[in-house]
Design a protein around this ligand. Structure first.
Ligand code: AMP
Length: 401
């Protein structure tokens, strides 16, 4: 079995040889293979658009799906000898263990609401998936409603995914079945490099399974905890990617409302992925959560119970920028929730001197009491602090950090 690193190298090597071939026939100009090329291939390898095998599909739909589908690795790189499969780690049997202990069958209206299956979608149906479609590897983590595993599709081209299991009975107990259904439907239609893809979903008697893009570098929150804070460059690149992702979400009329480090994952090249659209209420204990979640990212209009719009995400972006650079959110008061509320409502913002003037300017422009005065996302993308750290030749944040 090959490690991720080894496969990355192999893919890189294959990519180099195929690029060389293309380039020599074009300009004779040889370019060193960039990380991005490797990333593209690894993404092809790791991120499926599930092939639509249903023969009953209208041909227009088949074509549309195929046009979006990544090339199969074998065709993309034409390997001369068989490649060892990517090591997905050892399965611990957790899904079966859990299923015996915590899985209860559900009935009635709730069962109908949770009979979620992407193969019967009106638009963009996927092929039919079920648990035996996957080889299960190492556990990636535990959420409130179930475990997440690294998996590989058994069918060619053997995509790598994160398979997230949610227990229906627990969703019903938490009374979030409608929310989960809606969030899954929204997520299924989103396509952006900094938004975690949901490729498909299926269910059995007790569980719902989400086929998610595998975020190879795990949780951003863990990185932030490990380092305390991020450098200006790293923070700026993340915020650039966030601004791009939020612009995309807002263009689709999706307001995230829950931007915070705990909801962000990192792709194989360290690129940021917005990874939680509300269906996953995080496990308490390992995260900064109260029963209702952290207050630190709430904008004044929500704290004051007023109506809100997509500008709540602008505010959260300001809080995120501050937390990346300083290591804690700007209005945090560990002693009292009310004190945090008051500080938010007053915009009691104190930025430490270690923060550069450019970053300070952006934070101040995002953290405005009046939502209409917050700097628009298009202006965030061309703010001097963002442009200063953006990789040369990139029109946006780039995917690597
Ligand atoms: P969640 O239920 O979303 O809180 O997921 C539980 C844990 O599984 C997270 O804390 C991550 O460490 C891990 N995880 C969830 N989704 C993914 C993913 N798409 N790729 C890699 N790890 C993931």
């Amino acid at each position: 079995m090959a490690s991720i690193g080894a496969v990355t190298k192999q893919i890189a090597a294959l990519e180099i040889s195929s690029k060389k071939h293309q380039q020599s026939s074009r300009t004779g100009h040889t370019k060193q293979p960039s990380q991005t090329n490797v990333a593209k291939l690894l993404t092809k390898y790791a991120a499926p658009h599930p092939p639509t095998a249903k023969t009953t599909q209208p041909s227009a739909l088949r074509n549309q799906t195929n046009a979006n589908a990544p090339a199969r690795i074998s065709r993309a790189v034409a390997p001369s000898e068989p490649q060892p499969p990517l090591d997905i780690g050892k399965y611990d049997g957790g899904l079966e263990l859990d299923n015996e202990k915590r899985g209860e069958k559900v009935f009635g209206e709730a069962a109908e609401a949770l009979a979620l299956d992407s193969s019967v979608l009106g638009t963009r149906p996927t092929r039919e998936w079920s648990l035996p479609s996957f080889e299960i590897g190492r556990p990636l983590g535990k959420g409130k409603f179930g475990r997440v595993y690294m998996v590989r599709t058994k069918c060619e081209p053997q995509y790598i995914l994160a398979l997230k299991c949610l227990y229906k009975s627990e969703i019903i107990q938490s009374r979030v079945e409608k929310q989960i259904r809606r969030e899954i439907e929204i997520q299924q239609n989103l396509r952006h490099p900094n938004v975690l893809r949901l490729y498909g979903y299926f269910h059995d008697e007790k569980r719902i399974f989400l086929m998610l893009e595998f975020a190879g570098k795990g949780e951003l929150y863990k990185q932030l905890s490990k380092h305390g804070s991020f450098s200006e460059k790293r923070s700026s690149r993340y915020i650039d990617q966030m601004a791009d992702a939020l612009t995309y979400l807002h263009s689709k009329h999706v307001i995230h409302r829950d931007i915070k480090p705990e909801n962000l994952l990192l792709g194989i090249n360290g690129e940021l992925k917005i990874g939680d659209f509300g269906w996953s209420v995080h496990a308490p204990g390992n995260r900064r959560m109260t029963l209702c979640g952290t207050l630190d990212y709430l904008p004044p209009e929500m704290v004051e119970g007023k109506e809100h719009n997509e500008k709540v995400d602008y505010w959260a972006l300001g809080v995120l920028t501050y937390e990346f650079l300083v290591g804690n959110p700007p209005f945090e008061d560990r002693n009292s929730v009310n004190a945090t509320y008051r500080r938010i409502a007053k915009v009691d913002l104190r930025i430490p001197s270690l923060v550069s003037p450019d970053a300070r300017d952006l934070i101040t422009q995002l953290l405005k009491y009046n939502p209409e005065e917050r700097i628009p996302l298009t202006d965030v993308s061309r703010h001097p602090w963002i442009l200063k750290h953006r990789p040369k030749g990139s029109s946006r944040g780039g995917s690597e950090v």
